[in-house]
Design a protein around this ligand. Structure first.
Ligand code: DGJ
Length: 717
């Protein structure tokens, strides 16, 4: 998209204040304009004669400076704005209206290509201020946006609605969103035109909030986008609690109001306190969905996840292999085969703790984080040491926020759980959520995390969360503060996660929530990766990982080989190789042929992870309702690439055309870990230019259902 030719573009650090000064008083006669730029996106704003701040809708033809209230930035309820507001406040004196006029604007260069813009507004009738903040990442076209609210009124004010963003777009907008459920997360993208009215994507589950509705979506302007064409704005709310993304199509365009869900969430703000909304992450492309994702992935590796440039280990997890049924010897018996087959890290899952109420199933023991004396008589230390002795790193599963009623913790602290008085306790997976707003619970959870991660040789942890909130009551919060539980919980959770990441900087963390119930950049900034779904059927994962990849780089997607779906081992391994490779297999009991396939896949993963994890992802053939799916990765220097083809049904063995190669480079083709008993790719060992490969394609070795090919392209030096 071209930058719109504003004639009054103000220099940095002037902005609305300059407008106000030039015009002489707060309600300036001459509107002034300013823009926020990234490489190919410009957000254009102007201050109206009424002193209010307006935005030119993205995708609208060059201005006409907008001044209709419909186009107001961050519209406020109660004094004239008739559509869905971004801000709704009850002032200390009971007034339910807010008016914001623009004061000034500051621009700060945080680093080359990274600018923070803060636009200050205030209500002339109250000592009430709002700062709309942007962090513009020039090269990746990513805009982070959040809002800060503060006041000096005579008493508390009540925030009823305070969105993170309320961007305006032109009217012809298509929305792609993702609805799912346990084992079906992100599976079904739905694309629909935003017709007049309001479309709402929201969640009210408190924790594990994204089980059904993802807070990530795509808006395409002026028609549906493809992987290579179209103006698209990807959005992802960095918040792990109740969220609402509302798309309000009214007279002036489509307004995207995203942020905290206003549902039952009145929040009180004392004079002098600042309320900071969650951050909304926007990414823009005028070259379609592929370019959008690659830019968001680049941002995520730098800012969205921890250690985004560090290679990820090949992992063995015991959950699918043993479930709750294990002891020291059973787990230790997995280490030798794990090392032999090539894995680098072992993750001990649920079931290692609880004594009065042993955690031998999911009905008991949660909250009692002492190693079970019968299973692990000497605790975790010797098990972790044994893993390291056999050449593996060691990781551990935790679910610090939860408790089974059948636990010593619940017996001692029945008032520590989130519940409603006078209502029968509602359990999910036999468990309850601990009330993290209570300082004693914060201390307990921190102590639990601290003690477990301090066990010598523990360098990885999986943080699980297996239920959501259905009875949002806190025995700790006062009666008139119950509505703050939703927000306070998540803020306390982030403090806990932050403390964990800061105290254990070398411990890698997987974010899990009974599958993908917490796939968001709010929590991910403290984590290295997330568990996309308990559904590890590789056929399902082809489409699921495709959908997640719109927003999350493959290095964050834990993809484990299991027996789910009883698919051929070669297919399962190839799917896992295309993200962060792991296995949940009972290795000692795996047939030798499957072991060989797994060993080959792990060796191949190690060979290509310096391409797939930092590289650019190109989605080539969409697996939804097609006979196959295909993607390719290109290393940052374009010297290597990997093409993956996943055949879901029988179909023609036609060429797959990779993208992103250097046209003049000459690449030699090599099939990675070819399937036993199947001829390798017809072009094995051939050398072709990038131009030829992108034009004529690569012929995969697969042609039948549930076969896969991974082909490395290596440029001549
Ligand atoms: C749910 C997770 O998604 C699984 O991977 C496993 O860790 C279980 N919880 C353990 O209870």
């Amino acid at each position: 998209m071209k930058n719109h030719p504003f004639t009054h573009l103000l220099p940095a650090a002037l902005g609305c204040a300059a407008a106000v000064l030039l015009a002489g008083h707060a309600h300036a006669a001459t509107p002034a304009n300013f823009s926020i730029h990234t490489a190919s996106l410009a957000l254009n704003f102007s201050v109206g004669k009424d002193g209010r701040l307006y935005q030119l809708p993205i995708g609208a033809p060059p201005p006409e400076t907008p001044t209709a209230r419909d186009a107001e930035v961050y519209p406020q309820a109660g004094d004239g704005y008739i559509w869905e507001p971004a801000l709704q406040v009850v002032h200390a004196d009971g007034n339910t209206s807010t008016d914001l006029v623009c004061d000034d604007l500051t621009r700060t260069n945080e680093a080359p290509g990274r600018e923070v813009i803060r636009v200050h507004l205030h209500d002339p009738a109250y000592p009430f201020e709002v700062t709309i903040c942007f962090r513009a990442h020039h090269d990746t076209d990513v805009l982070e946006q959040w809002v800060e609210i503060q006041h000096q009124e005579a008493g508390e004010i009540t925030l009823l609605n305070m969105k993170s963003t309320s961007l305006l777009l032109s009217t012809n907008v298509y929305l792609t969103h993702f609805f799912g459920d346990w084992a079906k997360e992100m599976l079904r993208p739905i694309t629909e035109q935003i017709t007049p009215g309001t479309k709402v994507l929201d969640t009210k589950l408190g924790v594990r909030a994204e089980q059904f509705q993802s807070p990530s979506f795509i808006l395409s302007l002026n028609g549906r986008a493809t992987e290579t064409t179209g103006e698209v704005l990807g959005g992802s709310l960095a918040w792990s609690g109740n969220s609402a993304c509302e798309f309000d199509n009214h007279a002036e365009g489509v307004r995207a109001l995203c942020g905290l869900n206003a549902f039952a969430s009145a929040y009180h703000l004392k004079p002098g306190q600042t309320f900071t909304t969650p951050t909304m992450i926007w990414v823009w492309s005028d070259h379609g969905l592929g370019d959008m994702s690659r830019k968001l992935h680049a941002w995520a590796r730098d800012f969205g996840v921890r250690d985004g440039h560090r290679p990820r280990a090949a992992l063995l997890n015991n959950w699918e292999a043993t479930g709750f049924d294990f002891d020291f010897n059973r787990i230790a018996s997995l280490f030798g085969p794990a090392k032999q087959i090539g894995t680098e890290l072992f993750l001990l899952d649920d079931g290692w703790f609880g004594n009065k109420y042993p955690r031998t199933n999911d009905a008991a023991g949660l909250g009692d984080w002492q190693p079970n004396h019968q299973r692990l008589p000497d605790g975790l230390t010797p098990l972790a040491a044994e893993a390291v002795k056999q050449g593996l790193r060691f990781g551990i599963w935790l679910e610090p926020e939860m408790v089974n009623p059948k636990s010593e913790l619940f017996e001692q602290h029945p008032d520590w759980v989130i519940r409603q008085p006078k209502r029968e306790l509602e359990l999910q997976r036999h468990q309850l959520v601990l009330d993290l707003t209570r300082p004693a619970v914060q201390d307990f959870e921190w102590q639990t995390i601290h003690d477990v991660l301090s066990v010598p040789n523990v360098t990885y942890a999986k943080w699980d969360c297996n239920r959501y909130l259905t009875q949002p009551g806190s025995a700790y919060l006062p009666a008139d503060r119950q509505s703050e539980l939703w927000i306070d919980y998540v803020q306390a959770l982030y403090r806990l996660m932050d403390r964990t990441a800061t105290t254990f900087p070398d411990t890698e963390l997987m974010l899990c929530s009974g599958g993908g119930g917490r796939a968001d950049y709010g929590a991910l900034r403290y984590f290295h990766e997330f568990w996309p779904s308990d559904n590890t059927d590789p056929v399902t994962r082809v489409a699921m990982q495709w959908d997640y990849s719109y927003f999350f780089p493959p290095l964050t997607l834990a993809s484990h080989v299991t027996h789910w779906g009883n698919r051929p081992m070669h297919f399962a391994c190839t799917v896992a190789m295309s993200a962060r490779f792991g296995m949940d297999l009972d290795l000692p009991h795996l047939p030798a042929t499957d072991q060989a396939v797994c060993a080959g896949a792990i060796a191949a993963y190690k060979q290509i992870r310096d391409v797939t994890l930092p590289g650019d992802l190109y989605r080539l053939e969409d697996p939804h309702d097609q006979y196959r799916g295909a993607i390719n990765f290109v290393a940052p220097d374009q010297a290597r690439a990997v093409v993956f083809v996943f055949q879901l049904q029988d179909g023609p063995q036609t060429a797959v055309r990779p993208q992103g190669l250097a046209p003049a480079k000459r690449y030699t083709l090599h099939e990675l870990n070819p399937a036993p008993g199947r001829p390798a790719i017809p072009q094995e060992g051939h050398t072709l230019t990038g131009e030829e490969l992108m034009r004529d394609g690569v012929i995969p070795s697969c042609s039948r259902a549930i076969e896969a090919s991974a082909i490395e392209l290596r440029a001549e030096q």
